[in-house]
Design a protein around this ligand. Structure first.
Ligand SMILES: Nc1nc2c(c(=O)[nH]1)N[C@H]1C(S)=C(S)[C@@H](COP(=O)(O)OP(=O)(O)OC[C@H]3O[C@@H](n4cnc5c(=O)[nH]c(N)nc54)[C@H](O)[C@@H]3O)O[C@H]1N2
Ligand SMILES: Nc1nc2c(c(=O)[nH]1)N[C@H]1C(S)=C(S)[C@@H](COP(=O)(O)OP(=O)(O)OC[C@H]3O[C@@H](n4cnc5c(=O)[nH]c(N)nc54)[C@H](O)[C@@H]3O)O[C@H]1N2
Ligand SMILES: [Mo]
Length: 781
């Protein structure tokens, strides 16, 4: 079977409450069989958040394939096509293999000592002249736990800066915030096993078929088995996910909250609330009921452009079951009123008591493979261990652990978010920016502005990557990293499953593990605690893991029961895992105990529409006993909506074949061949109106820029365009000699900078644009 044309492979149907049958997926280099493999090294997928466990095949010191692990709780042996083929990127001839420093405008090769001394010297001089507020770190959702924790201690305790965030800000900041607002603390309530029991599965803005294909295989196998669940999909596009839906609603972009408020109202007015659960486990019911009381299906129908009868049918479907699983992703997190919307999905589960039982759970999904670790280790604009920056006792706990003065961690406000870090760089306030394992010159909104910022002469930029990218092109120092398969560490998927990923082969050339790079930098900076001892007391992945375990102790993400050995033997294990419960915890909140008590919660909450934080006193008054909080939010129309100049909505997202800015998947022949160039999806009516047919080249223009793309006519909502955001410029082909590069391919040329007020996650999904046949656009002829 060719998995590039049949991405989900053969079905293994199963009935509710039974074990998902295993199916082992294998891909080896051409001509090799399993007998040719000399070693199998345990790891898990690093190309999405599902955490699919696999063994990496090694022969003669090279990676020659992968095989899914049948015994792992997450994937039961399956792998998706990015994983089946993606390992080939590790051996690309254009990997970064030596450090580079900028000299006379050019990046030239150098050795590690020269490169890291240059970085440390600049960092020290910026600190002396401007203080820690001039130093920033922008990291990833793709490193390992040990690396994030080290970076966090280095940046927050060592340098003393508040400016540390991850690209998780673009990805799952809203997931974290929505969990904090409803349950007091980050941490995924549900478990993938809930799919095995569900009667109704609701996918909110989540194209799981393309983005978590193995989770989709699990859902597909239920759909093909006895007593299948009903599937609800909310997405304005007819995705492969939507095609299998019992009910597919395709709302106007940016209107999730209107629909959700109508669903909540319908559940309340039709007497479907589980009042016993609500009374025992929540606060805020009366306020929520009052706020949604006028939000009828007819009201939402006008806003969402969906028939009211469909909204009623949806309310019945999701409220007439005792086993509801929801997943939420970027169609909510990157859309208008992101946190407000995601929180209403939590509310829906709380009103119905759909939490903490087999088949009753909510998955506020992650996207990136290690985004959970960025968040729990505090490399994301939060404090490690889901501690509350506004709670002095939590701050003191960290200061104690790191043996530093608590004042060094008190910056009078929350940690700086990524877009603010870039704004500080733009204004010149930030002088030193270290970017690791992310490619902002393609993935941030409003790229022209990002390029200008990165090119500022007063900004010293360190970029740590495995390939030359659009971002390394702006760097003052480029550090070549080792990656998955070439280094050891742990990471945690979207349902809290921790995997150990072990080194299988040597990194290419002089490339070094990100952990070693951070540790080496910390040594060169001579970072000390308050008694003058080295601040960072660990030296490799296992000792970094042990340090993190101490930090996680007693917190919701408790890792103290885990060890590399346990992970090796037991495979994926869900935190919290304590010495008493070393094999982990399947569901959070099964006992109705939340991490929401004022003394333990991660946040005192905020207004979902303004982001205005509540004080400790206000939170204590609202939630003295630490129950789940039902937080309402009113629908507000999106600030930009189609007009005469930009008459269409523009959204963006993913295809199954590529990962993000394609630095890996673009170098894999099978994947690149399957999706070689950027396209724009539009409806038949919009194509016709613009004189376009399938395959024509068209220009998509917003107030920010123009992208040229091939037209793909689909059943997408009329009035909406979709661009994949995968295509930047590293393989754009040679420009005409001497002419400046044309920035006409990346979706983010077009996206303005707008943030969700509660999570500060950029709104990538609701821009407005116009479409034109390329021939009519004079300057691009
Ligand atoms: N193949 C592949 N898989 C991946 C990734 C990848 O790059 N490629 N990346 C990983 C990462 S980091 C992430 S975050 C996840 C993302 O996974 P998803 O969130 O599933 O992917 P997206 O395509 O970004 O967005 C999902 C859907 O949101 C819809 N949408 C747009 N606007 C709205 C709206 O206003 N309302 C609603 N309800 N829906 C809307 C889009 O039509 C789109 O189909 O995927 C992960 N998995
Ligand atoms: N318009 C639009 N924009 C979006 C989105 C969207 O849906 N629409 N989605 C957003 C989301 S959800 C996300 S997650 C971001 C993703 O955006 P990015 O994080 O910028 O995307 P990647 O291409 O994954 O970048 C990761 C970089 O790390 C490098 N790398 C890989 N492995 C390693 C390693 O082990 N060590 C080091 N040092 N480097 C490594 C890769 O080569 C690559 O350059 O994009 C966001 N931007
Ligand atoms: Mo993401």
């Amino acid at each position: 079977m060719d998995r590039t044309t049949d991405p989900w492979g053969a079905r293994t149907p199963y009935a509710p409450g039974t074990v998902w049958p295993s199916r082992v997926d294998l891909q080896l280099a051409a001509g090799l069989s399993e007998a040719d493999v000399q070693r199998w090294v345990p790891s898990a997928s690093l190309l999405h958040s599902n955490g699919d466990a696999m063994d990496v095949a090694v022969r003669d010191g090279r990676i020659v394939g992968v095989r899914g692990r049948a015994g792992d709780r997450v994937n039961h042996g399956r792998l998706d096509i990015k994983d089946l083929f993606g390992w080939q990127a590790n051996a690309s001839p254009d990997r970064l293999t030596v450090p580079l420093v900028r000299q006379g405008g050019q990046l030239v090769e150098t050795d590690w000592d020269t490169a890291l001394d240059a970085v440390a010297e600049r960092c020290r001089s910026v600190l002396e002249e401007y203080g820690p507020g001039a130093v920033g770190f922008y990291t990833s959702g793709q490193l390992f736990l040990e690396e994030y924790y080290t970076l966090t201690v280095l940046a927050r305790a060592g340098i003393g800066t508040n400016h540390l965030d991850g690209n998780t800000r673009l990805c799952t900041a809203t997931a974290g915030e929505a969990l904090k607002e409803s349950f007091g603390c980050d941490g995924q309530p549900g478990s993938y096993q809930d799919i095995d029991h569900a009667q109704v599965i609701a996918l909110w803005g989540h194209n799981v078929a393309e983005c978590q294909p193995v989770l989709w295989m699990r859902i597909l196998d239920r759909l093909h088995g006895a007593d299948p669940p009903a599937l609800f999909v909310l997405d304005p596009r007819p995705t492969p996910t939507a095609r299998e839906a019992t009910i597919h609603l395709a709302p106007r972009p940016g209107t999730n909250l209107a629909l959700l408020n109508a669903l909540l109202n319908e559940i309340i007015t039709t007497g479907r609330v589980d009042h016993a659960f609500v009374a025992a486990n929540t606060v805020g019911f009366d306020r929520l009921a009052e706020r949604v009381s006028s939000r009828t299906p007819e009201w939402a129908a006008q806003i969402c452009d969906i028939p009211a009868a469909e909204i009623r049918r949806t309310a019945e479907l999701i409220a007439d079951t005792d086993r509801l699983v929801s997943t939420v992703l970027q169609g909510v997190y990157q859309s208008h009123q992101a946190t407000a919307g995601a929180v209403q999905i939590n509310n829906l589960h709380l009103l119905r008591g759909q939490l903490g039982r087999p088949g009753a759970g909510v998955l506020q999904m992650n996207g990136q493979p290690t985004a959970q670790n960025t968040r729990e280790c505090g490399a994301n604009g939060d404090l490690p261990g889901f501690r509350n920056w506004a709670n002095p006792r939590h701050v003191a706990e960290l200061a104690d652990l790191w043996n530093i003065d608590p004042a060094a961690l008190d910056h009078g406000g929350p940690p700086t978010h990524a877009l603010e870090i870039f704004r500080l760089a733009e204004t010149g306030a930030l002088k030193f920016l270290w970017i690791s394992a992310t490619n902002p010159a393609v993935s941030l909104p409003d790229l022209a502005r990002i390029r200008e910022t990165l090119a500022r002469p007063g900004l010293f930029t360190v970029v740590q990557d495995i390939f030359p990218t659009e971002t390394t092109a702006f760097a003052d120092v480029v550090l070549p990293a080792a990656t998955w398969g070439e280094k050891t560490g742990t990471f945690t998927n979207a349902d809290r499953t921790v995997h150990l990923s072990e080194q299988a082969v040597d990194p290419p050339g002089q490339a070094r593990a990100d952990l070693d790079i951070f540790l080496d930098f910390a040594r060169r900076m001579d970072l000390r605690d308050r008694t003058g001892r080295p601040l960072i007391t660990w030296h490799d992945a296992p000792s970094a893991f042990a340090a993190w375990q101490r930090c996680s102790k007693g917190r919701p993400c408790d890792y103290t029961g885990l060890s590399y050995q346990l992970l090796r033997e037991h495979g994926g294990t869900q935190w919290p895992a304590t010495p008493a419960l070393p094999f982990g915890t399947q569901r959070l909140y099964a006992d109705g105990r939340f991490w929401a008590h004022p003394d333990t919660c991660e946040t005192y909450g905020r207004d979902l529409n303004t982001g205005e934080p509540a004080t400790e006193a206000e939170y204590r008054a609202l939630n003295p006993h630490g129950k789940a909080v039902l937080r309402p939010a009113d629908y507000q129309p999106p600030p930009d909506s189609p007009d005469g100049e930009y008459p269409l909505w523009l959204t963006s997202g993913r295809t199954i074949y590529h990962f993000h800015t394609r630095t890996k998947t673009g170098r894999v022949p099978e994947l690149q061949h399957a999706a070689p160039e950027v396209w724009v999806e539009c409806s038949p009516a919009d194509a016709h109106r613009h004189g376009l047919t399938d395959g024509d080249m068209a220009a998509v223009t917003t107030a920010r820029g123009t992208v040229t793309a091939r037209v793909r006519i689909t059943g997408i909502r009329e009035g909406l365009l979709f661009l994949p955001f995968h295509y930047g410029y590293w393989d754009h082909g040679p420009d005409h000699a001497g002419s400046p590069p044309r920035h006409d391919r990346a979706a983010n040329e077009l996206i303005p900078t707008r943030l969700d007020p509660a999570s500060n996650q950029p709104v990538f999904k609701t821009a407005t644009a116009r479409l034109a046949p390329l021939g009519q656009l004079g300057q691009l002829d």
